[in-house]
Design a protein around this ligand. Structure first.
Ligand SMILES: [Cu+2]
Length: 155
């Protein structure tokens, strides 16, 4: 009779282990269930577009050593563009309206660009110009004819 009781207890222990094992496997299965819905929620919010909020000028034309580092910008009438020759650019420039290193008078462009003398820039210089007339204005450098920049002024 005692052997039977011990045997019964042993059988119950085995069942308990078996149930525990079953319980563990069902617990292990649940994380994979929750992992699937987690994937759609992993959406990256679109990065905010760079805004020149506090800056006075609405656009920037940047210069490198022998090129425009930022060669086009679009603004609205009455807004201004900063022409910037960074201190580490290593380039001296003479910016005029026109193309291929040649001045062409552009009606409506800021008056500083109204003559063939253009506007001179040395590393560290920046000048801001207000555009009061809608249009597309092209700029070049008389020293580096390959330099070409565009300012688009929308009504
Ligand atoms: Cu230049």
């Amino acid at each position: 009779m005692r052997k039977f009781v011990f045997g019964l207890m042993g059988l119950m222990l085995l069942c308990a282990f078996a149930l525990a094992a079953c319980g563990e496997s069902s617990v292990a299965a649940s994380p994979t269930d929750t992992a699937a819905p987690a994937l759609p929620t992993a959406t990256t919010a679109p990065a905010p577009t760079a805004t020149t909020g506090g800056a006075a000028s609405a656009g920037v034309i940047g210069m490198g050593g022998t090129t425009f580092s930022h060669a086009s910008t679009t603004i609205k009438v009455g807004q201004s563009v900063t022409f910037l020759d960074p201190s580490d650019s290593g380039g001296v420039h003479n910016i005029v309206t026109g193309s291929a290193g040649k001045f062409t008078a552009a009606a409506g462009a800021p008056s500083a660009f109204a003559t063939a003398d253009g506007v001179n820039f040395a590393p560290g210089d920046s000048q801001t110009f207000t555009f009061t007339t809608a249009g597309t204005y092209t700029f070049t450098c008389t020293i580096h004819p390959n330099m070409r920049a565009t300012v688009t002024v929308k009504p």
